[in-house]
Design a protein around this ligand. Structure first.
Ligand SMILES: Nc1nc2c(ncn2[C@@H]2O[C@H](COP(=O)(O)OP(=O)(O)OP(=O)(O)O)[C@@H](O)[C@H]2O)c(=O)[nH]1
Ligand SMILES: [Mg+2]
Ligand SMILES: [Zn+2]
Length: 314
């Protein structure tokens, strides 16, 4: 293969045939795949938002032609249940995911937090937990309790209030120069947080009463938004993330998606231990000693039974 010539860029938007590419100097143009690449990719790899590509001018129009797709460092994929072609790539090369919950309005549910964390782990993504709306009159010990198991599992946890401005500088430094996806339930303040950090973005927000009751999401479309600070950071706007689900995550791999279980996983008496009722289970022993959080362990059992049910029904 010959050395690629041309300009490096990143796919910021698009589906199907036309892709919006942005280069380091901030120029953006529509681009299509070179015919040769199209042939190579048929039925295999699909180009996605976040892909690094090399573009050349396309003489036929004033756009660019994508001649090379560089190897990916990460992939966020939705695995279609029973789908023959397996997975749909929602975004490539995400550096980190910020899972946002609010400490109230709407109430945080640990089971739901764990579901998001597991999805991120299953996709090998670095994950932070953001607890927003700490201005609400909730008991500080409630917030400590909420954060504790995630800190113990090694996740960075950030406490923020858009209303009061708490934690915003910390958020800014987390986002700086990185490609970040925000996810979390509707109404927790994801768009508000981003608007507070970068007013230029003018993302749409919604009153909590509407968004929670109807379970509707204000954010639509999937794209990469350059951070206005101009340091090469991007926001991945992919509403699909929350529906990624855990499809096709084998129930036997779920234990790998709880980082705090890892030191104990090789220590169970049976190699195929499901860490439930098996004798000599090191995970259950760690749970009894308090080295693994009870609520997290219960989430594991709950999610595992969902996965085994799905496997039985397939
Ligand atoms: N008290 C308080 N309210 C907040 C805070 N952050 C956001 N809100 C409010 O929460 C509501 C929902 O905020 P959004 O930013 O639209 O929530 P979202 O997570 O983007 O929701 P979707 O786009 O539907 O997924 C709005 O009424 C915000 O004003 C906060 O820190 N404190
Ligand atoms: Mg929003
Ligand atoms: Zn075990």
């Amino acid at each position: 293969m010959s050395e690629p010539t041309g300009t490096r860029g990143i796919i910021v938007e698009g589906t199907g045939g036309v892709w919006r590419v942005r280069t380091a100097d901030g120029e953006e143009r529509d681009a299509s795949l070179a015919g040769r690449l199209k042939q190579e990719m048929r039925g295999h790899l699909k180009l996605a938002v976040g892909d690094h590509v090399i573009v050349e001018p396309d003489e036929r129009d004033s756009g660019w032609r994508i001649g090379t797709i560089e190897p990916r460092t990460s992939v966020l994929a939705r695995r279609e249940p029973g789908g023959r072609y397996g997975e749909r790539v929602l975004a490539a090369n995400i550096d980190q995911v910020l899972v946002v919950f609010s400490v109230g309005k709407p109430e945080p549910h640990v089971r739901m937090i764990d579901r998001f964390m597991v999805i991120c782990e299953a996709n090998d993504l670095r994950t932070h937990l953001v607890l927003n709306k700490i201005d609400l009159p909730v008991d500080p010990s409630f917030v400590d309790e909420l954060a504790r198991p995630y800190l113990a599992a090694g996740y960075p946890v950030h406490r923020t209030s858009v209303k009061r401005g708490d934690g915003l500088e910390e958020m800014r430094s987390v986002l700086h120069g990185r490609v970040t996806a925000f996810t979390g339930p509707s109404g927790v303040g994801k768009s508000s947080l981003l608007n507070a950090l970068y007013p230029e973005l003018k993302l749409r927000t919604q009153e909590v009463s509407q968004s929670v009751n109807k379970g509707r999401h204000t954010t639509v479309g999937s794209k990469l938004i350059p951070l206005p600070d101009g340091d090469g950071g991007y926001l991945v706007d992919t509403p699909g993330l929350r529906e990624v689900g855990m499809w096709n995550l084998p129930s036997t791999s779920l234990d790998q998606c709880f980082p705090e279980f890892k030191p104990f996983l090789g220590e169970c008496r049976f190699q195929d231990c499901m860490h439930d009722v098996e004798p000599g289970c090191a995970v259950r022993a760690a749970r009894a000693l308090g080295a693994i959080d009870r609520v997290r362990y219960e989430s594991y059992l709950k999610l595992r039974s969902e996965l085994t049910d799905a496997e039985r029904n397939q």
